[in-house]
Design a protein around this ligand. Structure first.
Ligand SMILES: C[S@@+](CC[C@H](N)C(=O)[O-])C[C@H]1O[C@@H](n2cnc3c(N)ncnc32)[C@H](O)[C@@H]1O
Length: 282
């Protein structure tokens, strides 16, 4: 039973973290002209209306993308991401729509690139199709994202990126993510992968990080942003991203981006923390 709906969280601090890293990865992969394939295992609906009552319930975007849009001189490396947020809200430039990862990725891909998306939720899939199915570069599947990777890898393009962004409603997601990364490493030598995970308590993601360290994976970068103290009410206190085979110089870019995001998105200055660390060597 799928109950998670991303619209409650669209544009929040974790989306800003995840989507700015995604944009940097796609830009880095496009330094070479050969075609890319972008795959996503948990796509969501593509475009989020922040006036929807579900998005308005907690207005999480106010502590996320709204803060970035209020900045007078954001870092140049965020130009591609920010330009697209403005484009989604044109004319007027008042924040109403927030693009999910498939829409942002489509904007950043080139003519020669391709995109393959999986989404399971019966409510999200028609919205995803409505936004993206006219684009001949894009294939949309209503199927389990992990199963899709097993069925389709390696794709015909020798290079590309897989985004794995589960809701972690099921504890088994953590183990499935590790297995999926091993599959990508094994079957697609030119494939880069990015995984998002929540920081819920000081130790909730320790087992996941340990499982990554104990796996057969090589060349893994970890990039975490904590914006709230782990004390207090339960909830998401931070956002984490794992990158398998990070493209050249992305680590340096993240070392510059993360302190900026930490300062911008912090909800409790004394608890704010970030790290960009090579978890597993090449
Ligand atoms: C966190 S949301 C995705 C958000 C999106 N990646 C973004 O950044 O805009 C997770 C999505 O995965 C979908 N989902 C859950 N389990 C799935 C599975 N096994 N395979 C494919 N999609 C799944 C949910 O319906 C939900 O829309």
């Amino acid at each position: 039973m799928l109950s998670y709906q991303h619209i409650y969280h669209a544009g929040n601090f974790a989306d800003v973290h995840k989507h700015t890293v995604l944009a940097l990865l796609l830009q880095a992969l496009q330094r070479k002209p050969t075609a890319l394939c972008y795959l996503e295992t948990h796509a969501g609906r593509a475009l989020y209306d922040l006036h929807d009552p579900l998005a308005q319930k907690n207005c999480e975007f106010e502590q996320g993308v709204s803060r970035l849009l209020a900045e007078s001189s954001p870092p140049a490396m965020l130009a591609g991401y920010l330009a697209y947020i403005y484009k989604c809200n044109h004319p007027g430039n008042t924040l109403r729509f927030y693009p999910g990862s498939p829409l942002l990725a489509r904007e950043l891909l080139r003519e020669q690139d391709a995109m393959i998306l999986a989404e399971l939720h019966p409510q999200e899939i028609p919205l995803l199709r409505q936004q993206l199915q006219q684009d001949k570069r894009i294939a949309i599947h209503q199927r389990d994202g992990y199963e899709m990777l097993r069925a389709l890898l390696p794709v015909k393009q020798s290079r590309g990126l897989v985004l794995i962004d589960p809701a972690y409603e099921l504890k088994s997601d953590y183990a499935q993510v590790v297995t999926a990364l091993e599959l990508i490493q094994q079957r697609w030598p030119g494939g880069v992968a990015m995984v998002w995970y929540p920081l819920l308590t000081a130790s909730a993601h320790d087992n996941f990080i340990q499982a990554l360290r104990k796996s057969a994976l090589r060349d893994v970068l970890c990039c975490e942003l904590q914006v709230q103290s782990y004390a207090g009410l339960p909830g998401m206190k931070g956002s984490g991203v794992i990158i398998l085979r990070p493209p050249w110089q992305v680590d340096t870019q993240l070392q510059e981006l993360l302190p900026y995001l930490a300062d911008l998105l912090q909800q409790d200055a004394s608890a704010t923390h970030w790290r960009v660390e090579q978890l597993i060597a090449e």
